[in-house]
Design a protein around this ligand. Structure first.
Ligand SMILES: Nc1ncnc2c1ncn2[C@@H]1O[C@H](COP(=O)(O)OP(=O)(O)OP(=O)(O)O)[C@@H](O)[C@H]1O
Ligand SMILES: [Mg+2]
Length: 246
């Protein structure tokens, strides 16, 4: 399997505060790849460096084989459009209903007619497990879990090649959470979508991640599959779960 994302010797910082010190990792095509680590360890920050929201201090990040921070403006926009993003606190536009929120990128970046945009938005709304009727609701009429699904539908609207999800399961009840995991697997299996997800959901970690990294104290302390981490004498996952349980 070929690498779709590769990060080499990446250092990130907020001002003079180093968040990641010379870290490297890679994601293969059609993999479901996890970013794990304690709260505040820098998972969201690391994801932001992959989607043009946080420029690394040094190092190289390649997506589709291209150094994303050194390509020209046009190519940068093309790469951006191939990446769907669902943020941790998935902000929806409060002045737009669900249908409009999901269609917002289609209206901006596609040549589809309004009718086609609404049909496509409706397709994704149902795909993420929302009822047709919710399309006309405003964000303030939605539960936390529904908002997450709308944000996911919006991230999927342009049929991205890579889907970045920041804690997609948090705030969902166990049934919805498993449904979301199944959807992620389906996107990968049927459409070949590569998924990078920040998660601390134990079921997701055990059931759907192909490989993952663990960030701790500015470093990546593990990168690999569950079967590999389970062989370690001091399994960092156990430490992580203990920390979460406190
Ligand atoms: N825009 C910013 N400016 C300055 N510091 C920031 C900024 N965003 C995040 N930080 C700091 O960087 C650190 C890592 O934050 P980040 O959001 O990446 O952590 P995280 O691993 O995603 O945490 P969580 O599990 O709680 O979401 C935190 O100490 C945070 O306060
Ligand atoms: Mg975060």
């Amino acid at each position: 399997m070929s690498e779709i994302i590769s990060a080499k010797n990446v250092t990130t910082a907020y001002g003079s505060r180093i968040m990641h010190d010379n870290v490297s990792f890679s994601v293969k095509k059609a993999e479901i790849y996890g970013f794990l680590g304690g709260s505040g360890s820098g998972k969201t920050t690391l994801m932001k460096t992959l989607i043009y929201l946080n420029q690394p201090k040094s190092g190289e990040i390649k997506i589709f084989g291209e150094d994303i921070w050194s390509v020209g403006e046009d190519r940068r926009n093309e790469i951006r459009l191939k990446c769907g993003v669902m943020f941790q606190f998935g902000a929806l536009y409060s002045s737009m209903n669900v249908l409009e929120n999901v269609g917002v990128l289609l209206r901006e970046y596609s040549n589809f007619s309004d009718k086609e945009i609404n049909e496509l938005a409706m397709f994704w709304i149902q795909k993420v497990g929302l009822k047709k009727e919710s399309a006309m609701l405003n964000p303030n009429e939605l539960s936390g879990g529904m908002k997450k699904r709308v944000a996911l539908a919006r991230a999927l609207a342009l049929s991205p090649e890579i889907l970045f999800l920041d804690e997609p399961n948090s705030g969902l009840d166990p049934l919805s959470s498993r449904a979301l995991d199944r959807l992620v697997c389906e996107l990968r299996d049927n459409l070949g979508v590569t998924v990078v997800m920040v998660t601390h959901d134990v079921d997701s970690i055990f059931d759907i991640l192909d490989r993952f990294l663990i960030v701790d104290n500015k470093k990546i302390i593990f990168e690999g599959a569950l079967s590999e981490i389970e062989k370690l004498e001091n399994n960092p996952l156990e430490e992580l779960f203990k920390m979460r349980a406190k």
